[in-house]
Design a protein around this ligand. Structure first.
Ligand code: NAG
Ligand code: NAG
Ligand code: NAG
Length: 360
């Protein structure tokens, strides 16, 4: 054998061994959860709004998805993966969580879990009136038809075992504030104080979790609100906010809501035997990123990467909006939604919490 041939041969052996070793590891590394199930809004919608709904809330065009392996927009409101995908990969479940409305889901995709979330939705049904998204309260209907399909694939007993052990993630509430309470006067007439509206939303959340529990969900992670006053679109909405300060009032509202939610969750858990409910803190990491951008490699935290970054989201963020050169240097990808870099930091934090929680 010539030297070149030997090297090639050695390389071949090494890569083959390496690859088979990898495959073996994956095959034998048991997923931490058999499946992942996702409910909520655009922070976790992996593409349900792509399918026949009358909504304009879609992320089906460039530059969304630009950092995904195929560089194609597929409904995720970011440049890359969302938290559901990040967690599914960390737990050895799969690399991407498919949307339930995707027409040709394979049996394997069903068995390992899907996403029922819809961008533009909220706990309050009236939030979806302006966006035509699937309200959170409608998502258990999809979950029911998912369960039927799962049962037809693996049988009733195994199906319930998968659902009982699945990781369930719920993320919603921001649209109820941003698109509804802060924007449309009707809810404010009914609830002159935001605390009344918080209580209304939390009551809806309580009922929703109860419904998922009755369908078999047990391990449930529920996200709080982000610092809503720091979302670029909210900074823009404030008159003469030329230095783009976070809106303290809206941040304070988020803090109050999150405190109430953290008090409520142990009560919900106590009233549903066998359930485990984890509060996911989204507020602190995003707030810290705003305060200490360089710690995260961010150079811009006050506007989105897409277009001017002040207003664009959904259809306004498109092929004609120039994107920032380095997407990882921006906390936000559009004027509402975090970049994949942000989601990766939050995913790492959540992962630590979830592993401790599930082991407890
Ligand atoms: C094994 O898992 C890793 C990390 O999830 C992934 O990058 C790799 O492609 C997987 N390998 C195989 C053979 O599935
Ligand atoms: C599923 O459908 C989508 C769009 O209709 C198509 O792009 C994709 O190739 C299909 N996948 C399979 C496995 O049939
Ligand atoms: C983009 O930004 C990230 C985070 O600051 C940095 O780690 C990376 O090296 C940058 N990439 C390029 C091509 O400059």
């Amino acid at each position: 054998m010539s030297t070149a041939k030997t090297i090639t041969f050695t390389l071949f052996i090494t890569t083959t061994l390496f690859a088979s070793c990898n495959a073996a590891t994956n095959a034998t590394t048991k997923p931490l959860f058999p499946a992942i199930l996702i409910f909520g809004d655009s922070t976790v919608d992996t593409g349900n709004n792509n399918y026949p709904l009358n909504t304009i809330f879609r992320a089906t065009h460039f530059p969304y998805g630009i950092d995904l392996p195929d560089h194609k927009a597929n409904g995720r409101f970011s440049n890359g993966k969302l938290i559901p995908d990040i967690l599914a990969a960390k737990y050895n479940i799969k690399q991407f969580v498919p949307p339930f409305l995707k027409p040709n889901l394979t049996d394997q995709e069903i068995v390992t879990g899907v996403c029922f979330a819809s961008a533009g939705s909220g706990y309050d049904d009236s939030t979806s009136l302006s966006t035509q998204a699937i309200p959170v309260s409608e998502q258990p209907k999809m979950f029911k038809s998912y369960i039927s399909r799962l049962k037809s694939i693996v049988g009733d007993k195994k199906a319930m075992e998968i659902i009982n052990n699945a990781l369930v993630v719920i993320s919603a509430g921001t649209n109820d504030m941003v698109l509804n309470f802060y924007t449309i006067p009707t809810r404010r007439l009914e609830y002159p104080l935001i605390s009344g509206y918080h209580d209304f939303i939390l009551k809806r959340l309580d009922g929703f979790v109860g419904e998922l529990y009755s369908l078999g969900a047990r391990n449930i992670v529920i996200a709080g609100l982000p610092p809503i006053g720091c979302l670029p679109v909210q900074m823009t909405a404030k008159f003469r906010n030329i230095f783009r300060f976070c809106l303290e009032k809206e941040n304070k509202d988020s803090v109050v809501y999150n405190q109430k939610l953290q008090k409520l969750l142990p009560q919900i858990q106590a009233s549903h035997t066998g359930s485990k409910i984890l509060y996911a803190d989204i507020y602190s990491p995003i707030y810290d990123m705003m305060q200490n951008p360089s710690k995260y490699g961010f150079t811009e935290t006050k506007r989105g990467c897409c277009g001017t970054g002040f207003l664009e989201t959904s259809f306004m963020c498109n092929v004609f909006s120039p994107s920032c050169p380095n997407h990882s240097e921006f906390l936000f990808f559009d004027s509402i939604h975090p970049s994949e870099a942000t989601y990766k930091y939050i995913g790492d934090l959540l992962d630590t919490q979830i592993r401790a929680w599930i082991a407890a």
